[in-house]
Design a protein around this ligand. Structure first.
Ligand code: 5AD
Ligand code: SF4
Length: 487
């Protein structure tokens, strides 16, 4: 799930003409670990720095500023940061020999969780900045360039939402026709395995007006599909335009009215926050894609209780029945943890059972990783690594099989495809199905940003292959209409 979200190059001319931009065009390299919210945050950081004359680069050796946007969710993810910092220190020394200064920054959840400890373990680091303070990044960077070592992890998240720069239009264009939009941050659920409530703080929702303004800006820059982000996105709430309290369902209806936005998604949800209005949105809002990432983590009630999930396996299954009644073609996705403290063979069979009962189109599964400061780390009966490995293997075999059979069930059907970017091979375009799988088509199918009808020909292990439906006057007409409306 890790991704390098180095932002695409924005030319210097496109940055606002500040004195700093004219005098010193600097380059920034951003490496992003972990979740989609980090991808979004990396883009916002690049946007904030662009106003100071920083151009993104994908070549780390050219970078005057290197930012690692880190993940603390499992031990492996956090440790990777330190090995990367070792490599970057050598790079910094090499550049210094050539008379070039390099500022190294650590952002994200490791920054928030470990703060000053990072400077101790990796003295080449110049600045440590937590997720709630990114709006202060430009000033922190300029202080670091003056030789100061800075740790900025105090937070008042409302400040971040208030002061974060709007997505930069040219940068949005260069990032393509799909975009993330953070609507909520933080978590009050305190699952006993999870660091998020500590690293991202308590749940805060962004106001409707800010969210709508950002969606309009994205749409004007060519975005067709928006994925709303939040650690607990379906806990989002706020005062609606009608003065009533809205939940995510109402917000989705409002965003569907933004001209140019053709598709909506949201992630990640907690089963306890799936309310009736949100389920109704899946029934009544065609722009809401039929895909839902709804982690259950485990299938044994005893383990769910120890995890403090505050629902049973049966509650989850009943909820899925209601969602499927509202939107029968919905594809389910989930997260699973094997080897939580105290998990017996029988508990693990509960996880296998719930997976069989739900049938997932997509899933992420992990070995439990004890995280410092979380209740799970101090629990007795930690599960042996070998047992975790064996369970993970069995679970993943089942999930892979389900994923394959879901993809296979689409072969021969005609679907709407949002064309996103050129494919790996010449003459190809790649898009996403409504169920989020990558679909490869011939580039005669349409233009990037079009939604076209295609027939699925074949299902590969990671993507689907499709042919344009030639007699698609209806599909083409619909695309033409949406172009007229939105350009
Ligand atoms: N160990 C293993 N997996 C974890 N996750 C969260 N914390 C841990 C942990 N300590 C998983 C959960 C969550 C996903 C983002 O990461 O499944 O939904
Ligand atoms: Fe972590 Fe649980 Fe909150 Fe999800 S709901 S972010 S797993 S504490």
């Amino acid at each position: 799930m890790e991704q390098n979200a180095t932002p695409e190059i924005i030319s210097h001319e496109e940055a606002p003409e500040t004195g700093a931009a004219r005098a010193a065009p600097k380059k920034v390299f951003v490496k992003t670990y972990g979740c989609q919210m980090n991808v979004y945050d990396s883009q916002r950081m690049a946007d904030a720095l662009a106003a100071d004359g920083y151009r993104p680069t994908e070549a780390i050796e050219d970078a005057d500023l290197v930012l690692l946007n880190t993940c603390h969710i499992r031990e492996k993810a956090a440790e990777k940061v330190y090995s990367e910092l070792g490599r970057i220190r050598r790079l910094k020394e090499e550049r210094a020999r050539n008379g070039r200064e390099t500022v190294i920054g650590v952002a994200g959840c490791v920054a928030q969780a470990e703060g000053r400890e990072i400077l101790r373990r990796a003295p080449a680091v110049d600045l440590v900045i937590g997720p709630q303070t990114y709006h202060r990044l430009p000033s922190v960077v300029s202080r670091a360039r003056g030789g100061e070592k800075i740790v900025e992890t105090d937070y008042a998240i409302e400040d971040k939402f208030e002061h974060l720069p709007a997505p930069e239009r040219k940068a949005v264009r260069s990032r393509g026709v799909t975009a993330f939009l953070t609507v909520q941050e933080g978590c009050d659920k305190f699952c006993t395995f999870c660091v998020v409530p500590y690293t991202r703080g308590s749940e805060v929702s962004r106001p409707v007006s800010q969210i709508v303004a950002e969606a309009e800006r994205l749409a004007e820059a060519g975005v067709r599909e928006v994925t709303l982000l939040g650690q607990n996105v379906n806990a989002w709430h706020g005062e609606g335009a009608d003065g009533r309290e809205w939940g995510l369902g109402e917000l989705l209806f409002r965003l569907a009215e933004v001209p140019g936005i053709e598709r909506l998604r949201y992630t990640t949800s907690h089963p306890r926050d799936m309310d009736d209005a949100l389920i109704a949105a899946h029934r009544d809002l065609p722009k809401l894609m039929p895909y839902l990432h709804l982690p259950v983590q485990a299938g044994s009630d005893r383990i769910l209780k120890a995890m403090n999930r505050r629902h049973t396996a049966k509650d989850y299954l009943r909820l899925i029945d209601r969602i499927r009644a509202a939107r029968p073609d919905i594809a389910m996705s989930g997260d699973f943890i094997v080897g939580f403290p105290g998990e017996t063979d029988a508990d693990f069979e509960g996880t296998m059972r719930i997976v069989r009962e739900v049938g997932y189109a997509q899933a992420f599964s992990f070995k439990y990783s004890p995280r410092p400061g979380t209740p799970g780390a101090d629990m007795k009966d930690q599960v042996a690594e070998a047992v975790k490995n064996e369970r993970l293997q069995r679970l993943q075999a089942l999930l892979t099989e389900q994923q394959r059979s879901f993809a296979q069930s689409l072969v021969g059907t005609t679907i709407d495809l949002l064309l996103e970017k050129p494919g790996r091979e010449a003459g190809q375009l790649v898009g996403r199905s409504p169920w989020l799988q990558p679909v490869i088509v011939d580039d005669g199918a349409g233009e990037i940003g079009d939604i076209v009808e295609v027939r699925i020909r074949q299902a590969g292990p990671n993507s689907l292959f499709a042919d344009p439906v030639r007699s698609i006057d209806l599909g083409k007409a619909r695309v033409a209409t949406s172009k007229e409306e939105h350009v």
